[in-house]
Design a protein around this ligand. Structure first.
Ligand SMILES: [Zn+2]
Length: 112
């Protein structure tokens, strides 16, 4: 019986890592921050996908684009800013970013 990683869709050959609504492949499991790994059964695939998205964007060279929706000629809409902030709050709650990082993002997003 073939199973697929709920986050990246890779076929799981041996044993997957159980999370809330599915299983993770070895690669995805390896990317989980420790704070998430310890509570992985409380996380669903969508939430983990967002965490990875955050890492990908953070690693991206162009810090002005991507995760925050900043880039191009127009700035992010009010809605996008709120959505970004909500994601950051999640990351903060998950212990992936620090309070300082969150505050800085908040300030940046709300242009305080
Ligand atoms: Zn995967």
């Amino acid at each position: 019986m073939a199973k697929e990683c709920i986050v990246c869709g890779t076929q799981i050959r041996f044993i997957g890592t159980r999370i809330k609504d599915g299983e993770l492949c070895v690669g995805c499991r390896g990317r989980l921050p420790l704070t998430v790994y310890q509570r992985k059964e409380e996380y669903d695939g969508e939430r983990i996908r967002r965490i990875f998205e955050y890492f990908d964007e953070r690693d991206a060279k162009d810090a002005q684009k991507g995760f925050l929706g900043i880039g191009g000629k127009k700035g992010p809409t009010e809605e996008e800013r709120i959505e970004s902030l909500r994601r950051y709050k999640e990351l903060l709650d998950d212990g992936i970013i620090t309070q300082e990082e969150f505050d800085a993002k908040k300030k940046q997003l709300l242009e305080l």
